[in-house]
Design a protein around this ligand. Sequence first.
Ligand SMILES: NC(=O)c1ccc[n+]([C@@H]2O[C@H](COP(=O)([O-])OP(=O)(O)OC[C@H]3O[C@@H](n4cnc5c(N)ncnc54)[C@H](O)[C@@H]3O)[C@@H](O)[C@H]2O)c1
Length: 415
Amino acid sequence: MRISVIGAGYVGLITGVCLAKLGNEVTLIEIDAQKVKALNDRVPPIHEEGLAELMGQVDMDVSSDHQKSRHSEVIFICAGTPSNEDGTVFLGHITAISDQISKVLRSRGDYCVVVVKSTVPPDTTEGIVVPILEKSGKKCGKDFGVCMSPEFLREGKAIYDFMNPARLIVGECDKRSGDTFLRLYESFDAPILRTTLRTAEMIKLASNAFLATKISFMNEIGNICKRLHIDVYDVAEGMGLDDRIGKKFLNAGIGFGGSCLPKDIRMLKTTAREVGYQPRFLDEVTNLNDQQAIRLVRLAKKHINLEGATIGLLGLAFKPGTDDVRDSRAIAVVKALLGEQALVKAYDPLAVENFRKMFPNLDYVSKEEVLNCEAILILTEWEEFNELDYRGKIVIDGRRVARARDARIYEGICW
Ligand SMILES: NC(=O)c1ccc[n+]([C@@H]2O[C@H](COP(=O)([O-])OP(=O)(O)OC[C@H]3O[C@@H](n4cnc5c(N)ncnc54)[C@H](O)[C@@H]3O)[C@@H](O)[C@H]2O)c1
């Protein structure tokens, strides 16, 4: 099929590259000129396992010209939906793109389907995107179709996840929209749930809120276990044997970060408040997560006076396998350490350049230099951290790195 993907970030780029690999004719439309240049030079602007190889194998048209979508049968909206300062969601990219598509629709005589893949609050597709598209003079459900199909890929495993989805959620304004969209996925063997646009939007938010809840829940259990000298990882293993609970997302630590879980739970809470419901449970999931990063710094203070001390950080990315630092727990830890007048040195195999944009004055060093600091805080579970020699060091571990236990003083955040 002929498709356009608007917004070539983590989601859009992976969607475009994978759909091209599956034999579709793909146009990527991206506003950021630097990204367009990088993509045209076949240089991946993000780190993602297997992406560079795949980009070398496929042909895609990459441009910042929205008119390029005028022959596409399916047009994906994959722009970011970040939080505003006040916790509400910024939908400016979604409305701007909808406006651009509307201009394209005006001059089109054929049918196409617009698919919202970005994570948006319930009613965004129906209440905001569709009315903007209809400014073209064309009618949703007649001249064009609309779907909302949330993305569930994990950064670091994005290509695998796209090619092997656990499920396809298809919110559709009508059957023809869903049928057209699903032609793209004919070769996939995943359960498909076809539903309304608003339900699809809510499934995404509820899924991420549930994952965040699992993490905060285990962190709370871990905080209790630590006081009782019980190993929370053994507890998790025992719990996970019950398939109603499941084994995944039971790792206690310094909590969740990234571009999705914190933002999506914020989006859900704001939505709840807007309809007059106080989401007390979800508030607590976030509070626990915020406190967990601070708890790590408090544990460090048990062993070292932070004022003027050189503290080394291992890991800045929100999780291993990515260079993404959005809402990474490292941000809260660095702020707390700087607040204590500590001198911070940091290492990450991939995420330094992204972190530097937020903290340009931090001392970014090699992992060997981090090991020479007065105390070491482990913030991301990169595999290479399990190969370091921690003997003689003070280590406060937020991610359960086995080798770190060789340290002279070792303290786990909730073990
Ligand atoms: N990153 C993830 O792991 C992930 C997973 C599932 C869902 N999501 C959701 O998918 C959406 C996109 O996330 P992302 O991480 O890919 O965001 P991103 O910020 O990495 O990428 C968005 C891209 O859209 C581009 N863009 C913005 N306005 C544009 C315009 N008018 N025209 C063309 N391009 C434009 C930006 O320049 C950027 O490159 C978000 O809603 C996010 O919550 C992300």
